[in-house]
Structures are given as C-alpha cells and as structure tokens.
Design a protein around this ligand. Structure first.
Ligand code: TXA
Ligand code: MG
Length: 339
C-alpha cells in the first residue's frame, strides 16, 4: 500500500511479516542490503522493536515526533532481519501526516516503508508521482495531497554519548543540540569516509536522480566571465549532444530562488541564446518551498522533455543542508560556477 507522510510518500507493509516486507523490495527493485524504516503510531510502540530506548532517543522523540525524524537504534532480537537488511540496528520513525497516523492506528502494527519510488528515482511527493513510478506493482494508493516537507526524513544514529546524522533532513543538528546540549551531534560526512558507507547502506546507492541530467549551480558575480560561460556551453553540449540546438531550442530547466533563477537564465541567454535553449523556470520563495517542490519539479520537467536541469545550490542553513545533499547526489558531482 502506498500512503502519504509529511516528507514523501511511502510504500508500506506490516513490519512483522517478513514475506510482505520482501514484496516491497521486489516492487521497488531495491537492493536487499538497504534496510527499511519502521513507522509507528506513538513512542510507546517503539519499545517492542528495539533493544532498549536510550535517554537521548526518548528526548529526541519527545521533541520532534510525530515528525520528520528517524532514529537508528539497536534492534530487538525478534525483529525480522529482512527489514534491517541483516543489520543489528533498526530505523524507527513516527510520521505526522494525519493519513499516515490514521493508517498506523487502524493497522495496529508497525509499518515498514521506504519511499514509494522505483529504486534510484527521486521520492514521490504526490500520489500521482508514486503511481507513475510503481504502477501496477502496487494495488492500493492513498491520496493525501502534496507532502509538506518534500524531502526524506533526517536519519540519525543514536550511540552512547553521541548522535550521528546519516541523512540530513528537516530536523537539523542544531535543533537536536538544543534538546541534547551535553551530547555531541554531528553529520556523518564529518566522520571518516569508510565508516560512512557501512553506516547508512542507502547512501552508497544511486539516488534521487530524475531522467534529466542535473547540474548544481553556484551563482557568483565574481566568477571569471569567459570560463563560466564556457563551462555552461560545454555542459549543454555534453548532455544534449554536439549539435544540440541545431534543430530548434532544447528545453532547459532552471530551479531555485528568484534571484538565482534570474541569474542562471541570463547566463543561458548570453551563452546559448534563445535559438539553442528555451528556459523552463521553477521559482521557490523560500528554502522550505524549494525543499517541498524539488522532486515534483524534477518529475514535471522530465515530463516536459527537459534533459538538463540547472539547480541553484542553496545556502546550508535549515533544510538547505538536506537540499544540498539531494542536489549533489542527483547531479553526480556535476557543478557549474555561473555569474
Ligand atoms: O521520510 C522518510 O524517511 C520516508 C518516508 C516514507 O517515511 N522514507 C524513506 O525511506 O525515505 P527510504 O527507504 O527511502 O530511506 C531510508 C534510509 C536509507 O538511506 C537507509 O539506508 C537508511 O534509511 N536506514 C534504514 N535502516 C537503517 C539502519 N538500521 N541503519 C542505518 N541506516 C538505515
Ligand atoms: Mg528512498
């Protein structure tokens, strides 16, 4: 069953039924070494899934749940290792979307649910996106409108005396530090690289990519003029082929804040001209709005036949850190310095 949460849509099954959970991996084409998040209705439902609930986890759940926070905790012996992909830890979250909460309440069991997309694609933030991605592999779709956050939950491992954020999301390290002033809260990127890959198996797989190529753009008026325009021209040719634009203008998506979209559009006009490129703009009035719309814009631009998306790399504050993380993964490291 596909259902809405405040972050993205999930595809769920009874977490206590290993066979049902296996079918989720099948429907998504998900690598079996990538564990699922178990969703519960309230904090008192976490107990049976874990081997002890540390004080830090209790404090974080009390402060941020229901909401976009997932905690990785020692798993109960009895929990199926299909859910945890063989790990001895389990990821648990209490979503805040009323439809998700009503579903959990009626189901009366914990629900294992990854995002409702074929593995590797961006997560769906509308039921239509989920349906387009999974089709008849799923029979039931619950429509709960557009997701409010639009990016996946923060995933954080609670360890003795520290909390390690494995996937940035709407709940930031600084917000967690306010709740746990005596505990060190850090992002996994600042831990050594090799422990990283093993820590959150999902982060090593290809992720969040639309069909279009994504290039992240940093806009800085001080960039060297010729170099910046040359890089944009080269990227356009690489993505669309040497003779790109010969047979009429190619559609290029430009997304981000109004100022950034204006600047990138000017760079496209100056460098490629309207004979070669036609810009499809998507403008966000805030970082929250950028986060809320990112995946839906990817889907819309794909549907419009856009093959190159130029995405503003936003500042790091608040949801900006999660946005940067998803954009850098979607771009596979393709970055342009524009002016
Ligand atoms: O917002 C969300 O979290 C959405 C909604 C549906 O709740 N779910 C979601 O699930 O994004 P999924 O499966 O697409 O991402 C789960 C992430 C993966 O990166 C996975 O590797 C990580 O959580 N994860 C799950 N269990 C873990 C564990 N025991 N240890 C470390 N990482 C874990
Ligand atoms: Mg996912």
């Amino acid at each position: 069953m596909v259902f809405p949460t405040e972050t993205v849509y999930g595809i769920g099954a009874n977490a206590l039924d290993a066979e049902a959970v296996r079918r989720i991996f099948e429907a998504k084409g998900r690598p079996v070494d990538n564990p699922l998040i178990v969703h519960v209705h309230r904090v008192s439902d976490v107990g049976p899934l874990v081997d002890g609930l540390p004080e830090e986890a209790q404090a974080l759940f009390a402060a941020f749940s229901p909401g976009p926070l997932t905690l990785v905790l020692p798993a109960a012996e009895s929990l199926s290792r299909v859910v945890t992909a063989g790990l001895s830890t389990v990821a648990v979250r209490i979503p805040s979307h009323p439809v998700a909460l009503a579903l959990l309440d009626r189901a009366g069991c914990p629900i294992a649910a990854p995002s409702a997309n074929r593995s590797g694609e961006p997560s769906p933030t509308t039921v239509q996106m989920a349906r387009r991605s999974l089709g008849s592999a799923v029979t039931h779709y619950l429509d709960g409108g557009r997701c409010d956050v639009g990016l996946e939950s923060t995933v954080a491992a609670v360890e003795p005396n520290r909390v390690v954020i494995l996937r940035p999301g709407a709940i930031t390290a600084s917000r967690m530090r306010e709740v746990l002033p005596d505990v060190s809260v850090l992002y996994a990127a600042s831990v050594t690289a090799e422990t990283d890959a093993a820590r959150s198996p999902g982060m090593k797989h290809r992720h969040y990519q639309p069909r279009a190529r994504v290039a992240v753009c940093e806009v800085d008026a001080r960039s060297a003029a010729g170099r910046a325009d040359g890089d944009l021209d080269r990227t356009f040719r690489d993505v669309l082929g040497m003779h790109a634009g010969d047979a009429g203008p190619a559609a290029v998506g430009v997304i981000g804040s109004a100022d950034a979209v204006d600047a990138v559009e000017r760079a496209v006009q100056r460098t490629l001209g309207s004979e070669r490129a036609r810009v499809r703009r998507r403008v966000a009035a805030s970082l929250e709005e950028y986060g809320r719309n990112l995946y839906r814009w990817f889907a819309e631009l794909d549907a419009e036949g856009v093959r190159l998306v130029l995405a503003e790399l936003p500042r790091e504050s608040g949801i900006g850190r999660a946005l940067r993380d998803r954009l850098e993964r979607a771009s596979g490291g393709l970055k342009l310095q524009l002016r």
